[in-house]
Design a protein around this ligand. Sequence first.
Ligand code: PRP
Length: 197
Amino acid sequence: MPERSPDGDHRFDLIPEVYRDAVESVLIPAADIERKLDEMAAQVDADYADRELLLVGVLKGAIFVMADLTRRLTVSSAMDFMAVSSYGSSTTSSGVVRILKDLDTEIEGRDVLIVEDIVDSGLTLDYLIKNLRSRRPASVEVLALLTKPSRREVELPIAYVGFEVPDVFVVGYGLDFDEDYRGLRDVVTLKHEVYGG
Ligand code: PRP
C-alpha cells in the first residue's frame, strides 16, 4: 500500500516516496491531466481533420505532453523537436532566446502545432512563433498544457490551453526544478524550503 499524506487522503499516492517530503500540494492531479488531454486531442482532431500535422515539441518539458497527446490523436501527425535556451535564471526567462537544437525538417507549407508544457512570460514562445513563421509554414498554432496568465509579458495566441495556473512554482509532468521532478504524474507545488522561493 502506498503511504498517504498526513491527513490520510490519496492525493500523494502517485508521488514516489523519495519526493513526498518535498511536495507541498498536488495542484493538478494526473487524472485531471489525462482527461484534459483527451479533450485537447479531440479539439485538435476536429480542427485538423484531413490535414497532416507537424507537432513541434519544445525540449525538454514538452516531451510528456508530446507523447501523451500524439497517442490520442487520430489525424496524421509527425513529430519534431526544438531546444532553446532562454538565458534567464533557473526560475525566470529573459526573452533572449538561443536555439540549441533546430528542427530536423523543413516546415514550408506545413501545418505546425507548437507543443509546450507551460507558457509563463511568453517570451520563449513569442520568439519561437516569429522564428517558425519566417519559414513560411501553412499555419502555426500553439498547444500548452499550462499557462500562467498573470506572468505574461507579451500577448500570444494560444489555440489550445489545458489549465490556467496561479503564479506559483510548479513541477511535474515535464516541469522541473534543477532537472528533477519532471517524471511526476501530477503537477505539484514544492515546499518553499526546497526551492528557496
Ligand atoms: C520552460 C517551458 C517553456 C518556457 C516558458 O522551459 O517549457 O519553454 O520555460 O517560459 P516563458 O514563457 O517565460 O518564456 P525551460 O526553459 O524551463 O526548459 P525545460 O523545458 O528544458 O525545463
